[in-house]
Design a protein around this ligand. Sequence first.
Ligand SMILES: *[C@@H]1O[C@H](CO)[C@@H](O)[C@H](O)[C@H]1NC(C)=O
Ligand SMILES: *[C@@H]1O[C@H](CO)[C@@H](O)[C@H](O)[C@H]1NC(C)=O
Ligand SMILES: *[C@@H]1O[C@H](CO)[C@@H](O)[C@H](O)[C@H]1NC(C)=O
Length: 433
Amino acid sequence: MNLPFLFTAGVAAAAAFPLHPASPQSPLGSNMSSFPHHGLQDIVNASPLLSFHRDIVQIESITGNEHNVGEFITRFLEARDFTVVKQVIPSAANNGSSNRFNVYAYPSNNPNPQILLTSHIDTVPPFIPYSVSRVHDSGSDSTGHGTILISGRGSVDAKGSVASQVFAALETLEENPRSSIGLLFVVGEETGGDGMKHFSESTLNTSPPSFHTVIFGEPTELALVSGHKGILGFEVVAKGQAAHSGYPWLGRSAVSAVLPALSRVDRLGNIPDSEGGLPSSPKYGKTTVNIGKIDAGVATNVVPASARADVAVRLAQGTPDEARELIRQAVRDATDDDKDVWADFSTHAESYPPQDLDSDVDGFNVTTVNYGTDVPNLEIHDSEDAKVKRYLYGPGTIHVAHGEHEAITAKDLEDAVKGYRKLIEVAVARNQK
Ligand SMILES: *[C@@H]1O[C@H](CO)[C@@H](O)[C@H](O)[C@H]1NC(C)=O
Ligand SMILES: *[C@@H]1O[C@H](CO)[C@@H](O)[C@H](O)[C@H]1NC(C)=O
Ligand SMILES: *[C@@H]1O[C@H](CO)[C@@H](O)[C@H](O)[C@H]1NC(C)=O
């Protein structure tokens, strides 16, 4: 990573913001040449951004357990003159009671933010502790200090985005205290988005919206995402009749019945539209199908009476309803209209079409992604003549996000602060015209 930059940013930021008591900072002199002698912990301590990132990664917040990290972020923002609204999310798993909450924060002088920065504070399991290491790789800078790599669950997805958004907001407000910025950090993104859905349906999501720009934070490798695929889930179900496997003609195998349907469904993303396949698009490529789980039968010597397969579709084009019709037809075609085999969409209510996002800011690479986000869970009450802009941007790569080696470089976190600041600046300028 670029040590001189980190040094400068650390000093500037340390001077600008009061330090959190939970993040003791070692004093930094102005002697650049002495810096390389510091250990990695000192480098993290010297940077308010890296310290805050460390503090939130160290707090386990697997979906359902976001309370403590929510409290920490709340105290951090309140200490910096934000007003924080805690939106408690009822939890079905806990008989409707819950102590997990979304953090919605705005500068105390400005309760109706025009620009909303948002990301999520839950992570996937298992918890992986925080650690810092120095890697000497091709990304090492000319001073030979190497890349500073920060590991731990959530370091990328999405606490990297959370930390960068917080510091982009603080720096923007430092420069212009009247900046109209809000922060929304939600729970539950990894398991269906109950946090964002709750915000979306709450009175905080006004109609018309107070905000003209929403910036979503997820790992995008610092590129602007111009959209992501849609999603649709279903089960292929077959009913048969049990019998002794020595006398299979006395029963009917649900597995034999479901196989042709699954074989057809499995290929639907590769079959041309004209032959009943699921559509592709120039922007997102092919629709893809994953038969992720199959459950059938009870024992090897019993003709199976039932079979079901769980299927996830990543939609490149069209609506979920159009895809459902194509899937129903494919199952009928593949089974000669066998009434004992069907596609059941009732167990996977969640679906949405491809999500197109804005990418009209110069200086960024533009890409599309195949993963899902909270974007479709925030219903925006805008109108054709006052469209809200939606951006998706953040540090780190999705390729390590849910893995056992989840890690982000310190430089990515710092670059993301600059990236978010640029998106904010452009949004402010656009709406002053
Ligand atoms: C900077 O630090 C280095 C190493 O600690 C020391 O040798 C040098 O004299 C210092 N320079 C200044 C201007 O303080
Ligand atoms: C769940 O909530 C209901 C309604 O408030 C209550 O009657 C019931 O006893 C609760 N169950 C448990 C296990 O707490
Ligand atoms: C765009 O992507 C290329 C290739 O990954 C990279 O070298 C370049 O630095 C990126 N540019 C920006 C502005 O992020």
